[in-house]
Write a protein that binds this ligand. Structure first.
Ligand SMILES: C[S@@+](CC[C@H](N)C(=O)[O-])C[C@H]1O[C@@H](n2cnc3c(N)ncnc32)[C@H](O)[C@@H]1O
Length: 287
């Protein structure tokens, strides 16, 4: 054995996905079962259709590169249902999202400014993993991938049409992403999979926000970052009136203090935060 050195490598569970450099998902039906996703599924220039299965034999479809890990039908609030309409998905980013922050803050707030903040706080790195939760057209995942093409980006939503639209936009921009259809209340990933998570406007739409935040905390590494953009309670009477009618449709709004209490309960601490009008940006770290 002379000349042969045996190196013992201890892999911390938090690093296993990273060393492997393949996306490993947790089977939705058998939560100890790993399913490895071939990297070609993220190459959006080449349509991928097929299926993946865990060792237990449960199988999941991949249609046009979208990995369907949501085998059961869910119930949606009115606000959530609109995200399942093809029309909403096709106009969402260009008609609404690009203008939304200027309209909601009441001042000029171009999308580029939001993207700069996302990049600054997330600071995406090569070979690190990032998850866009409730991604719609995956604006955040696409932004991070364009900034750091060697980072690995996963985008999750439970709306098929939004994911298909995300696929079209990413393909047009020549950006590779893993697109996963799944429920934020039960993320199909193992603990400590991601170096960074982002959530843009999704918190207000959730029906079980604490459960989703717990899931975010679980899949985030202990030194990871959660970038949060959400809407807070309006200060003006007409703003509140508008929000109260939106609450009928299933949206929720909190004050900054209430939001921070929610983040703390889910195991996060606020590292940076600022508000503009009813828009609140928060950089969260695991507690
Ligand atoms: C306001 S849009 C967010 C858009 C996107 N993050 C952005 O910055 O443009 C909310 C998205 O979250 C998705 N969503 C809501 N609840 C979800 C849940 N429990 N699991 C997965 N996706 C969810 C909706 O389908 C919708 O596409």
């Amino acid at each position: 054995m002379e000349g042969l050195r045996v190196v013992q490598l201890t892999v911390h569970p938090e690093n296993s996905v990273l060393l492997n450099m393949k996306l490993q998902v947790r089977s939705p039906r058998h939560d100890r079962e790993v399913i490895e996703i071939p990297s070609k599924v993220s190459k959006l220039a080449t349509p991928f259709n097929g299926s993946i299965a865990s060792a237990k034999g449960d199988e999941y479809k991949i249609t046009n590169n979208v990995i369907d890990l949501l085998p059961d039908e869910l119930e949606y609030s009115i606000a959530q249902s609109t995200n399942h309409w093809k029309l909403t998905a096709s106009v969402y980013e260009d008609l609404w999202r690009k203008r939304s922050l200027s309209l909601l803050t009441g001042e000029e707030f171009p999308i580029e400014k939001e993207q700069e903040l996302l990049i600054e706080w997330m600071n995406p790195q090569p070979q690190k993993w990032y998850l866009d939760v409730g991604c719609s057209t995956a604006l955040y995942a696409r932004t991070l991938k364009k900034h750091e093409p060697k980072s690995e980006q996963v985008a999750v939503d439970f709306s098929d049409v939004m994911l298909q639209e995300a696929r079209l936009k990413a393909e047009a921009e020549q950006v590779d992403l893993y697109l996963v259809k799944a429920d934020g209340r039960n993320l199909p990933f193992f603990a400590g999979t991601f170096d960074g998570l982002s959530m843009g406007g999704t918190l207000n739409e959730l029906t079980d926000e604490l459960k989703v935040l717990y899931e975010c905390r679980r899949v985030l590494k202990s030194d990871g970052t959660l970038f949060m953009m959400h809407l807070i309670k309006a200060g003006s009477w007409y703003g509140r009136l508008f929000q109260e009618s939106a609450e009928w449709g299933g949206l929720q709004f909190w004050s900054v203090d209430e939001s921070n209490l929610l983040f703390r309960r889910a195991g996060f601490k606020v590292e940076e935060q600022f508000t503009k009008g009813i828009v609140c940006f928060t950089k969260l770290k695991p507690n």
